[in-house]
Ligand binder design. Structure first.
Ligand SMILES: [Fe+2]
Ligand SMILES: [Fe+2]
Length: 340
């Protein structure tokens, strides 16, 4: 373990054949078998600078370093759970079909008290106090008293989602997958949707601003039930089997009933929640059918894509112009030109 300790962004800048040592949280770990039935593992190691996907081959060593000792362990039979824990990796950069491949040759289960997983977890880059101010300001801009009071009840008084909402991630990977990501994403979507709605009001499309803001702030509340943040963001059982759109509409309808929210208002907001992914193949059972739902869905899609672009370009370092092909957005992303 004498190699220089790098962070994940630095590892990704290394050339082929370079060796590295890096620490982070094993945000995912899956066991597979090769053609000869030998086990190998795929691990995603995460720190504040990014995520690194690596392969752990059959001949790699697994080492327990808790309490200052170092002894080899059998990952299948050692009683240790590596996923979600702080891990050190000694590895080497390889290549497979023109792509970099990171081989994790030594996997160290670190002392979890000395290196707590929370120390590696990413948080929103946007200032938390700024986001809270913006969130409260958006609610204040809802002039319809019943909707305004409903939002206060859901987020701050009767149902008090706020304590969870302000720290929750918006995803387990891909976009806003960090502490505070759900608040950052919801505020950004709501401000974007509000501004788009203002534009269309001026262009004579009738848009209800109260519904737009309320729908945008509530559109992803199901993520409070579909993700947990034990260490890194991960799916809950409910999240895996019902997903945040179903969970969110259930939560919203329960709150609406508890607050006796007007039926028309309830329908308009529920429609935004269930349609916001914009396409059936993206998980929405119905497509946006009102100006308010079309606007929130468009703002949501843009906010996700821009956050994804930023995280991928940041992770790429300064040498490359393009990312690798990213199946999730079906394209390679481009840094663009820097025009002064
Ligand atoms: Fe969503
Ligand atoms: Fe969203």
């Amino acid at each position: 373990m004498s190699k220089k300790l790098l962070n994940i962004r630095e590892v990704k800048l290394l050339p082929i054949d370079a060796e590295f040592y890096v620490m982070g949280v094993a945000s995912r770990l899956s066991r597979r078998v090769d053609r000869n039935n030998n086990p190998f593992w795929e691990m995603t190691l995460s720190d504040k600078t990014g995520d690194l996907d690596g392969k752990i081959w059959t001949n790699s060593s697994w080492i327990n370093r808790q309490g200052g000792d170092s002894f080899p362990v059998d990952p299948d039979n050692c009683g240790l759970t590596f996923e979600g824990k702080s891990i050190g990796i000694a590895g080497k950069v390889g290549q497979y079909r023109d792509l970099m491949q990171y081989n994790f040759n030594e996997v160290y289960y670190l002392d979890q008290e000395q290196y707590p997983p929370s120390g590696f977890i990413k948080t929103s880059p946007v200032n938390a106090a700024y986001l809270e101010d913006q969130f409260r300001d958006l609610i204040a801009q809802v002039k319809h008293k019943e909707i305004h009071d409903f939002l206060l009840s859901v987020f701050f008084t009767k149902y008090n989602l706020w304590e969870k909402f302000k720290i929750w991630p918006a995803a387990t990977l891909l976009h806003h997958a960090y502490v505070g990501g759900l608040l950052e994403h919801s505020v950004s979507v709501a401000i974007g949707a509000r501004d788009i709605a203002k534009h269309y009001e001026a262009f004579q499309v009738p848009v209800n601003m109260n519904i737009v803001i309320a729908g945008a702030l509530l559109h992803d509340i199901g993520k409070l039930e579909s993700y947990s943040i034990d260490t890194t963001p991960r799916n809950t059982v409910k999240g895996n089997i019902m997903e945040h759109i179903v969970l969110g509409s259930n939560m919203f309808l329960k709150f609406a009933e508890g607050e006796n929210l007007d039926e028309n208002i309830t329908n308009a907001i529920a429609h935004i929640i269930v349609s916001h992914h914009g396409l059936r193949e993206f998980g929405s059972p119905v497509l946006p059918a009102t100006p308010e739902a079309m606007i929130v869905s468009a703002a949501d899609d843009l906010d996700f894509k821009l956050n994804y672009w930023k995280s991928q370009i940041d992770a790429m370092g300064t040498q490359s112009e393009f990312t690798d092909y990213l199946s999730f957005v079906d394209r390679r992303l481009w840094r663009g030109v820097d025009i002064q």
